[in-house]
Design a binder for this molecule. Structure first.
Ligand SMILES: [Zn+2]
Length: 134
């Protein structure tokens, strides 16, 4: 999809705070995080909604969420890691992975634009945790 921002990010045509990627998924910092460390798990192939992904891709999206949950928790000292799917923002499937410090934080009304240097620093911190603190 030529005008899709997530397709452009997945193709590295638009810069993002990329935390992790493989051939099928890219994981980036949300620029309007609900909490610091809020990530978006995005399939590289354009598909409008999460439930339109084939079963293997859908399962992998949540396996990626599981794989990154511990590194995100360590990087943010979060009490819990939440998952959310809404699909109102961008018409390209994505799963929100959100560090939570207490109940009722999984609320998009809390999302605030973050400072680019904070986003970069947090992305780097999570990457370090993914690598096992190296
Ligand atoms: Zn797209």
């Amino acid at each position: 999809m030529p005008d899709c921002i997530f397709c452009k990010i997945a193709a590295h045509e638009v810069p993002s705070y990329t935390v992790w990627e493989n051939e099928r998924f890219i994981v980036i910092a949300d620029i309007k995080p609900v909490n610091p460390g809020h990530l978006l798990i995005i399939p590289k192939d354009h598909v409008e909604v999460v439930f339109a992904m084939d079963d293997a891709r859908y399962a992998e999206a949540f396996a990626v969420a599981k794989r990154l949950s511990d590194p995100v928790r360590r990087a943010t000292d979060a009490a819990k890691i939440g998952i959310a799917v809404e699909g109102f923002g961008v018409d390209h499937a994505h799963v929100h992975l959100i560090p939570l410090h207490g109940p009722h934080e999984l609320n998009p009304d809390r999302a605030q634009p973050a400072d680019p240097s904070d986003l970069a620093a947090m992305a780097e911190k999570i990457q370090r945790e993914i690598r096992g603190n190296k």
